[in-house]
Write a protein that binds this ligand. Structure first.
Ligand code: HEC
Length: 202
């Protein structure tokens, strides 16, 4: 897992260096969100506006890419609108994985909800308002999950597995995280108990 994180970190560094190379007058930035002007302070938004901003952020931050089961279209997999953000479907069969195939590669299933790599197999979580999702979570749990990568947002929770990009999302402002959480709490509840991750095969 360490290696994966290093690889992801390396990609970010290369991208940042490429950007800096284009604009040599700029100093390297310590944090992804340093110096960026944010939109309206959501503290002044009504609860409907907060949910709308959360929906917008969830859309542009790609949460559906992993957290929504897909239907196959001529253009490839697209989010299943009846089960948005409900995670890897509990009943979806998982094709056998050749351990040799994950030696140098990371594999995504066709629904883009199950992921095999050096960490074993991880499954995208249910993040709808259902009790099997984040329905019973407090805002504090959500912040801990997104900022510290703790499963279920519990203080003693296990580290969140790849490819959940919490290392990037932790740079979101408090206001943006609050908006995302408000939207997730307002999503239609989908009952789906996502399977526990599988350990790596030796
Ligand atoms: C590249 C795939 C990917 C993307 C994009 C992604 N996630 Fe995840 N997410 C995962 C996986 C996989 C897990 C489960 C990790 C585990 O089991 O340790 C997860 C777990 C979570 C959890 C923890 C759930 C729990 O029960 O503990 C939350 C909350 C979450 N994601 C929110 C989001 C939000 C909000 C977004 C968009 C802003 C997002 N994720 C985008 C893959 C992704």
């Amino acid at each position: 897992m360490k290696r994966t994180i290093l690889v992801i970190g390396g990609t970010v560094l290369i991208t940042v260096s490429a950007l800096l190379a284009c604009n040599s007058s700029q100093q390297p930035v310590a944090h992804a969100n340093e110096g960026i002007e944010y939109g309206p302070k959501v503290a002044s938004l009504s609860s409907d506006e907060l949910v709308a901003r959360g929906r917008y952020l969830v859309t542009i931050m790609g949460c559906n890419d992993c957290h929504s089961p897909k239907v196959m279209t001529p253009q490839g997999p697209a989010p299943d609108s009846a089960h948005l953000l409900s995670g890897h479907p509990a009943k979806m069969p998982l094709a056998a994985i050749d351990p040799k195939a994950t030696k140098d590669w990371i594999l995504f299933n066709q629904s883009l909800t199950a992921f095999a790599g050096p960490w074993g197999v991880s499954f995208a979580a249910n993040i709808t308002s259902d009790a099997s999702g984040i329905g019973n979570w407090t805002e504090e749990q959500f912040f801990r999950a997104m900022r510290e990568g703790k499963y279920k947002g519990m203080e003693g929770g296990r580290p969140m597995l790849p490819p959940m990009p919490w290392q990037q999302f932790k740079h979101a402002t408090d206001e943006d995280l609050r908006a995302i959480f408000s939207y997730l709490k307002a999503t239609p509840a989908v009952d789906n108990v996502v399977p526990a991750p599988l350990p790596p095969k030796s």
